[in-house]
Design a protein around this ligand. Structure first.
Ligand code: GUN
Length: 289
């Protein structure tokens, strides 16, 4: 078993971005600028957004955070997005999800200028991805593809099982892996809450992607010998192994599965850092528009 080291790979990508940023600086160009909108007090969302801004700082990008209370109206949030759409200083806009229930996620995402939609969530960018003419790929699937690329993992002709059909991870990744592309050409099965015989389906997989949000869901008996296992889960569970009384685990039971597979992503240190690196790549691309 070999670890797919997302931390090391994302550090390599960030080092390449720093080189480009320095070149842009030397050429007198403006720095890439990411604007992040955070609504409410969701602790996980706050950490995610803080980390995204920290990454920007680390590679020399400009960044701005717009924080709003849970009580912000949909109209006010739309106005905030519109303001950023018009601001030429801002290259990339992200609205951290989830949003409060009274706000339509679709309306907010549809209001982002597709040329600044560095999350790749706007229907135009989803359409571009489906047609194989991508502009911005959603960060987590993009990060996973970059990881497969860095470790030269063959995907062509492989059976890939994606567990979880979210708009952010499972659905776009299943499309990307099935496209006629270098890190594509898989035969993809997308499993979800209504799938029957999930264990048997997983056992046919050369590549398993677990993005279901259930701790330790994928067990050894679901994994074929030599499979590649990508764990997107970040679940905090109670633990007496740590001082805090909690620990982070993925959707894969790592201890059971790691002896069986050829490659596996750890949690933490696998897909998470790659997601963050992919957002930086999208912001850099947006700044070149
Ligand atoms: N919430 C969970 N993942 C994401 C993401 O990739 N982008 C945004 N905007 N919100 C999220």
């Amino acid at each position: 078993m070999k670890l797919l080291d997302g931390k090391k790979t994302s550090d390599e990508i960030k080092a390449e971005i720093v080189k480009e940023v320095l070149k842009m600086k030397n050429d007198g160009k403006k720095m890439p600028h990411l604007a992040a909108i955070l609504v409410g007090e969701n602790p996980a969302s706050k950490i995610y957004v803080d980390n995204k801004l920290k990454d920007c700082h680390e590679v020399g990008f400009d960044s701005t955070i717009y924080k709003y209370p849970e009580t912000i109206s949909e109209k006010e949030l739309l106005q905030s997005v519109e303001f950023l759409n018009k601001d030429d200083e801002v290259d990339g806009i992200l609205v951290q999800l989830p949003l409060p229930k009274n706000i339509s996620v679709d309306k907010i995402i549809n209001s982002i200028n597709p040329e600044k939609d560095v999350d790749g969530f706007h229907p135009i960018n989803v359409g571009r991805m489906v047609l194989g003419i991508p502009k911005f790929l959603p960060a987590t699937p993009y990060g996973i593809i970059k990881l497969l690329e860095k470790y030269k993992i063959e995907t062509s002709g492989k059976n890939c099982v994606v567990i979880g059909r979210s708009n952010i991870v499972g659905t776009p990744l299943s499309i990307m892996l099935s496209r006629n592309a270098i890190f594509g050409n898989c035969t993809v099965t997308l499993c979800h809450s209504k799938t029957k015989n999930i264990k048997e389906i997983c056992k046919t997989a050369d590549i398993i992607v677990a993005a279901i949000g259930k701790p330790n869901f994928v067990t050894a008996d679901m994994v074929k010998d030599g499979a590649v296992v990508i764990d997107v889960g970040t679940n905090r569970i109670e633990s007496d192994e740590t001082k805090s009384g909690t620990k982070l685990v993925g959707d894969v039971n790592f201890d059971e599965v790691f002896g069986k597979c050829s490659f596996i992503t750890p949690v933490p240190g696998g897909v998470g850092p790659m997601t963050r690196a992919a957002l930086l790549l999208n912001t850099l691309a947006a700044s070149k528009r």
